[in-house]
Design a protein around this ligand. Structure first.
Ligand code: NAD
Length: 249
């Protein structure tokens, strides 16, 4: 699996799953464009890739701001002349007091934040990137959904809804753009050891409900993202791959 001469945008590439994807993409010859709101960790990821002999660039962007997304995609296309892979992956939970709430208690800012980052941002980045990929005759898009997309998870309703919509969006893009040589797939992680789940109550009882008896590592999601983005998956489109240790079985 090689990505030589290919340009990949990894949204939320400063941490967790996105960081592992950026590292894996660059280790296989691709140029990783790490897009994140977190400047220092993003710069560290890029520095680490370069030290290891890979190619990477950091782009500061608040993916909650749709105009910034347009500018980011345009500037990457102008700088590198093409975009071969887009990984829609960034997310940060709502930090307000109703972060965990029944739908009847979800505030509008909570709903708007989660649907904004979880759905509007991938839509906008995809829309802008599709124009570039259509012009160049192809490309691949991989979205990070969640097991919360296949189960109606209580107390994180906006997240569950956003990720479910993103799976449908994945299939829609796949269907509409296949004729232009563009594949669109998604990965749906279970519980993965990243800063996103810091503080989550992962006790023995919870772990015992995962058939593989542990939470996952970011690299285990990245491996599937990279496979879907690669030519090895040349006949795969519109697919949403659950990578959850069997949690949803
Ligand atoms: P993470 O917190 O390690 O990484 C998320 C990255 O997104 C961070 O670098 C963060 O700075 C960036 N980000 C957040 N808001 C941003 C914004 N407004 N603009 C630009 N960048 C922003 O989390 P992770 O676990 O690696 O999550 C990656 C994806 O995986 C998310 O879409 C998440 O919903 C999904 N996911 C994670 C798990 C899990 O258990 N960790 C499970 C299912 C799905």
């Amino acid at each position: 699996m090689r990505f030589d001469e290919k340009i990949g945008i990894i949204m939320g590439g400063a941490s967790g799953i996105g960081k592992a994807v950026a590292q894996g993409w660059a280790a296989r010859g691709g140029h990783a464009v790490v897009v994140d709101i977190a400047k220092e960790p993003g710069g560290d990821v890029v520095a680490g890739i370069r030290t290891a002999g890979g190619r990477a660039t950091f782009v500061l962007c608040d993916l909650g701001n749709l105009e910034q997304i347009d500018d980011m995609v345009r500037s990457v296309a102008e700088t590198f002349g093409r975009i071969d892979m887009l990984h829609n992956n960034a997310f940060a939970p709502w930090k307000g007091i109703d972060a965990h709430a029944l739908i009847g208690d979800v505030s509008q800012p909570n709903w708007d934040h989660v649907l904004g980052l979880g759905l509007n941002s991938p839509f906008r980045a995809t829309r802008e990137t599709l124009a570039v990929m259509s012009r160049q005759g192809g490309g691949t898009i991989v979205n990070t959904c969640s097991e919360a997309a296949v189960r109606a998870l209580p107390y994180i309703g906006p997240y569950s809804v956003a990720k479910a919509a993103l799976t449908h969006f994945t299939k829609l893009v796949a269907r509409e753009y296949a004729s232009q040589g563009i594949r669109c797939n998604a990965v749906s992680p279970g519980v993965i050891d990243t800063p996103l789940i810091a503080g989550a109550p992962l006790d023995d009882e919870f772990i015992s409900k995962i058939p593989l008896q542990r939470i996952g590592r970011p690299e285990e999601i990245a491996n599937v993202v990279l496979f879907l983005a690669s030519d090895l998956a040349s006949y795969v489109t519109g697919e949403v791959v659950l990578v959850d240790g069997g949690h949803t079985l």
